[in-house]
Design a protein around this ligand. Sequence first.
Ligand code: GDP
Ligand code: IMO
Ligand code: MG
Length: 427
Amino acid sequence: MSVIVVVGAQWGDEGKGKVIDFLSQQAHMVVRHQGGNNAGHTVVVDDREFKLHLVPSGILYPETRCVIANGVVIDPKVLLTEIAYLRQRGVDVERLRISSKAHVVMPYHTRMDALNEERRGENKIGTTLRGIGPAYMDKAARVGIRVGDLLHPEEFHRRLEVVLEEKNHILSRAYGVEPFSLEEMYREFVGYGQDLAQYVADASLMINEAIDGGERVLFEGAQGTMLDIDHGTYPFVTSSHPSAGGAAIGAGVGPTKINHVYGVAKAYTTRVGDGPFPTELSDSIGSDIRERGHEYGTTTGRPRRVGWLDAVVLRYAVRVNGLAGLALTRLDVLDGLDSLKIATAYESEGGVTQQFPDTDGELRAVQPVYETLPGWKEPIGAIRKREDLPQAARRYLDRIEEVVGVPVVLVSVGRERSNTIPLREMF
Ligand code: GDP
Ligand code: IMO
Ligand code: MG
């Protein structure tokens, strides 16, 4: 029995939802431990598409228990809408539990996110405008509202009164926008508390009991390593820890309980939002991959920026997460290309480096050093074994393993659960 963490190895949208759904058939429990509804995880089962933002991707297996742990920031309205959407589509959500310690995304967070981005103008981060950054700011500033608070109306009223006074002051004085009404917000959120009460639990206790009881527990990362607030391309990052260490803090589990960490990576690279992206393609190959891969954000619908596979980024992800292997998705999107490129190193005036730059300045100065490999013509979506892949696709996988230094443990060749080539036992 084991405990695994699955993280994004690039800039998010790597196909974590698809991979986690596939692995969930073997898991007893699936846990989300960071991020919020900035995440959009797509799962396709028998032509039915599910877009999940807060509920773990394990929810589609009727036996798998799902937990939203303390490290997640929850917009209760979004969560209740997602629960209703799943119910309406015949998915049982009674197995969902939410940590009382998870912080709540409040309306002033979403408002501040938009106002901050507007004020930054050209220097904007390109956030998802879901209030995620401001919610984590309040958590760190120790003025956050937690899910558990919503269940204690009197205490919640006292806390909200203090916090909202400050928020309204900033909103009206600094931004000249309408303040929020305390009583309206109070009533609205007490209502959410009542609706969510049946799901609220001591999540850390539940998860630890499951692990100690020998269950298979899967931690579902959101975003990706390069969006990590410490290890990503700061300041163009999110405000949580998508890298593997975030799972321990974000779920109240000791790091010693985690057995393996895997990274999910696309067979190329995408990024949505602003910030550096060394292998970005601004030519017709980039737009071609965007169109054939429908590379538009799950959460915001924004076109994703597209580039070649970056092995420097993936080696960095191996380092900061301790990855035991890679789940490589969207290999089918590359069908039909004459040739493919992999960035194996970066070059700058200082010479060639194998390591991801330590500073933003260095990162901006580098050019990728590419290796070119042959493409394949035939569609691979129906293939279920590595040895049945076209020779050029096998060569591409072999070369990725060589330059990244970890095995490819799973290959995804389509959106459907069944479009999957498992290569190694991951639990
Ligand atoms: P996540 O945020 O990492 O869960 O990824 P998203 O769901 O935001 O974006 C990944 C997109 O790729 C979704 O639309 C998936 O259905 C789709 N997808 C996942 N794996 C594959 C694959 O192997 N091939 C293709 N064509 N699409 C895939
Ligand atoms: P999943 O889990 C891709 C990006 C935003 C922006 C930056 C900060 O689906 O992979 P935020 O709203 O978090 O303050 O935005 O992070 N971003 C994502 N990009 N996938 C995601 O989630 C993302 N969540 C946030 O585009 O660049
Ligand atoms: Mg996504």
